[in-house]
Design a protein around this ligand. Sequence first.
Ligand SMILES: Nc1ncnc2c1ncn2[C@@H]1O[C@H](COP(=O)(O)OP(=O)(O)OP(=O)(O)O)[C@@H](O)[C@H]1O
Length: 429
Amino acid sequence: MNINWLNKLNKKITYLLAVSGGPDSMFLLDNLVRNEFKIIVCHVNYHKRWSSNVDEQIVREYCTNNKITLEVKNIKEEEYNKKQNFQSQARVLRYDFFNEIAQKYQVYNLVVAHHIYDLLETYIIQKQRKAIVSYYGLKFKTTYKSLSVYRPMLELKKEDIIDYLTLYHIKYGFDETNELIIYERNRIRQQQINKLTDFDINLMLSEIKELNSEQELLKDELEVIYNTIINDDVLAINEFKKYEFKLQQMIIYEFLSQYDEELVLSLKKAKIKEIVRVLTKSSKPNITICISENTWVIKEYNFAYISEKNEPKQFSYKISKINNYNFKEITISKTEPTGGEFQVLYINKSDFPLTIRTNNGEEEIETPFGTKKINRLFIDNKIPYRERLIWPVIINSSGKVVAIPKLSVNKNNISEKPNLYVLKYYGII
Ligand SMILES: Nc1ncnc2c1ncn2[C@@H]1O[C@H](COP(=O)(O)OP(=O)(O)OP(=O)(O)O)[C@@H](O)[C@H]1O
């Protein structure tokens, strides 16, 4: 067995040890004790299996015999949400407890007992789920809130662990639920991992290594270019198009993560690919891509951004008369919601009362070049989608759109104040 794994830890510092009482963590515990590491043991009793108390007893006995500090957390029935997956809840409860203990002792390094089969299982699951991953397999060091989490046993095989426990007569618990194939991990363990030969394992490990180093290179590259592509939460498509597909996927992954890290973890790779394809291939000027119940990626001409699907704020003002409508130019001041000011020309007396309200996208207006859909005018004038949703129109007494504010955007694709935009009406001009 590879005994160098212990060199990955430092004898000078104190570690919290996550010990379930199962073979892997009892192996970890015994090795650290024998080699005189400074440790504090943490155990969580989920009270979910008939053997839960037996496991706790095994950990207690070991710690008492070896004079090791032990912290135990008992999880009560009401702390579980029945509707959610038990294993992921158990994980959060466990890590939050470790985090509490870290604060109590001011010891922020935690060691867990994952071994090589855990790493391979994780990799197989990542492939099967077609999930987006920033690292394949398991990492030696990760963080959780204020904790640094170490996995020194990632090169060890289960058989070696069991041989050791047998040799030294170390008691360990048996998790009967490991035999249940209702859990994805157990199924993979039984149907795939247990059948792997050394050759298969090595092959898989080099595959993982290769994927991770590829990923690292991309990450380095990404760091350099990210700010040239994404500025103020807006992605510049022309810049984005310059890079190869894999890097584009990482850019999108990062772009979405900056917006909502949890959201991005729930996405499938196919979604990221779809976003890249739409941004680089589609010639349509405006497209929305749904990424969750409430979130969109919106492509507008040469830029893209992420937006909540919230309904835009609707508004409507009635103007029953304007004193001096004989003027060729009438100013209607308004402050909401775009903060602009209309200057409406050539509105007849009979047009009153006027209504200023948000457009519904379907309306038409008469222009010197014939009747046009307002949506078409927006598109022709490159008005960003998020602006369009609140762009006002002026409606006359018979429900016709008689004016819309100026349609133009500045070089940063921000719409200018909706000032003076007049469309010919009634043929007065
Ligand atoms: N009840 C527990 N009490 C203390 N530590 C535990 C407990 N269950 C698991 N651990 C720790 O977590 C390690 C991994 O356990 P397991 O494979 O069941 O969890 P996982 O959810 O796959 O991993 P992780 O929680 O680290 O992502 C164990 O080897 C042990 O170090």
